[in-house]
Design a binder for this molecule. Structure first.
Ligand code: ORX
Length: 467
């Protein structure tokens, strides 16, 4: 894990510590004013174990757009996932980790020509399409590409529908597009779909997989022999959520429609892997009370140091509903109707419209869980308010797993809950933080019994050559 400043260090937690104790230590240190995240690497590892247990036949290709933090990408690279990239920028992020291009799918059906040329130059050969224009562009820019036709099949209920923008009609469009691909002598290797981000209708996966099978069968009439099914994203990732029902539908549909193990099945999970790994802590810097005309009721407006132009952009763009939890609650507190507002001067900058909260004071902290998906990649420093810092944490057993894969020098680690080093990071913006040059990272061959995949050796080898 490359350390650019001490904020990127890993807090290795002892048995008595957890995300909330780390948050409490930082918040109560008295020197932290800005909002901050704690990222729990163990949460990501446990999600990967859950995925492999529930969907053993489906290889995950993590959707980089969901959260492209280096800590996330390096951990997933070491665990052996593939990556769903949407642009040359995301492709570069992944290849720079030493990941082989054959672990990348370029899953954007409408790609700028320069991005297609970049894919050709970097060997990222598998990419999606859903229209004629894309086929003609690929024919001229990357004729050896391995194309995956993206069909449309929408969940009846999803947090973020995608079908209005991407995915061809599997009945009226797909045959025509496959005939054009055949005419252009373009290699089509499979079918993909995305039922909608944050899918709330598991049964859609049965419809989509059945529909994909029909397209596989049509491909055979044109001489194609598809071997790749990409079931996209849509898997929930908040604390307490489960993919068990979605997995049951998927596994059953794969048995029914794709019993042949020769067909490689992948997915493009995003929020599943990162949502619950990130917890955000914000402090109250102002408040005002709104008293009703008859002076019988009071509504308190709290102003915090993160908002919709920062981490809470997910409210606008990802339709997220965020849940405020006071870090400390005074016994016997009286609850009031409250609203929570971001730090900018924009009236749009509201985080929570109306919620019952105990009376809190300036300097008190409010914690928001499930803040890892579609937050940091979009956050801005609008109005000059800094983007929340990330403190990376891992329980000792999780770090034991990684220290054989990503061994870090002692300077990279903050042992225990709060270390003297931690105070170095508090209440300073990124550009002021003490910049620690790239510290030498010793790579060792991973233990044979670790859950990582065999090709992490390739990753380890890359890091040895490049550090
Ligand atoms: O494009 C977007 O903003 C987000 N896209 C999600 C997505 C995923 C996987 N593959 C493709 C995608 O477009 C091609 C990941 O989906 P999920 O996180 O649900 O597993 C969706 C909208 C986010 N605001």
């Amino acid at each position: 894990m490359r350390i650019n400043n001490s904020n990127d260090r890993v807090h290795v937690l002892d048995a008595h510590a957890n995300v909330w104790t780390v948050i409490t230590d930082i918040a109560d240190s008295g020197v932290q004013e800005e909002a901050f995240y704690v990222c729990d690497l163990g949460d990501i590892v446990r999600k990967h174990e859950t995925w492999k247990a529930f969907l053993p036949r489906v290889q995950p290709y993590y959707a980089v757009k969901c959260n492209d933090s280096l800590a996330v990408l390096e951990v997933l690279a070491a665990l052996g996932t593939g990556f769903d990239c949407a642009s040359k920028g995301e492709i570069n992020k992944i290849l720079d980790l030493g990941v082989s291009p054959n672990r990348v799918i370029f899953a954007n059906p409408a790609k700028p020509s320069s991005h297609i040329r970049h894919a050709a130059a970097t060997g990222v050969s598998t990419m999606t399409f859903d229209n004629e224009t894309e086929l003609h562009k690929v024919k001229s820019l990357y004729p050896d590409a391995k194309m995956v036709i993206r069909i449309r099949c929408d969940a009846t209920d999803a947090q973020c529908p995608l079908g209005m923008k991407f995915g061809c009609d599997p009945i009226s469009d797909a045959p025509r597009l496959l005939r054009l691909a055949r005419t252009l002598d373009i290699d089509v290797v499979g079918v993909s779909f995305h039922v909608g981000s944050g899918c709330r209708e598991p049964l859609v996966f049965n419809r989509a997989i059945a529909s994909a099978k029909d397209v596989f069968d049509y491909g055979i009439t044109l001489g194609y022999n598809f071997e790749l099914l990409d079931i996209g994203g849509g898997f929930p990732g908040d604390h307490g959520s489960s993919i068990s029902e979605i997995a049951r539908v998927i596994n059953s549909a794969l048995e029914d429609y794709f019993p042949d193990a020769a067909v490689q099945v992948i997915a493009e999970p995003g929020r599943f892997y990162v949502s619950s790994a990130y917890t955000l802590a914000c402090s109250i810097h102002s408040f005002r009370d709104v008293i009703s005309n008859d002076e019988t009721t009071k509504h308190r407006m709290y102003y915090i140091n993160d908002g919709v132009y920062g981490s809470f952009n997910c409210i606008l763009y990802d339709h997220q509903h965020v849940v405020p939890q006071p870090l400390h609650e005074l016994a016997g507190s009286k609850y009031y109707s409250s609203s929570i507002w971001g730090p900018t001067c924009d009236g749009l900058d509201q985080v929570v419209e109306d919620v019952l909260l105990p009376e809190m004071r300036i300097g008190d902290w409010i914690v928001f869980e499930n803040m890892g998906a579609y937050t940091l990649p979009v956050a801005s420093a609008f109005n000059g308010f800094p983007i929340a810092q990330v403190h990376v944490a891992a329980e000792e057993n999780i770090w034991d797993l990684f220290k054989d894969i990503l061994p870090l020098t002692e300077e990279h680690l903050i042992m225990g809950n709060v270390s003297p080093n931690l105070k170095m990071d508090l209440d300073i913006s990124r550009d002021e933080s003490s910049i620690i040059q790239h510290l030498p990272i010793r790579m060792q061959v991973p233990k044979s019994d670790s859950i990582v995949e065999e090709h992490v050796l390739e990753y380890v080898g890359y890091m040895q050559e490049n550090n």
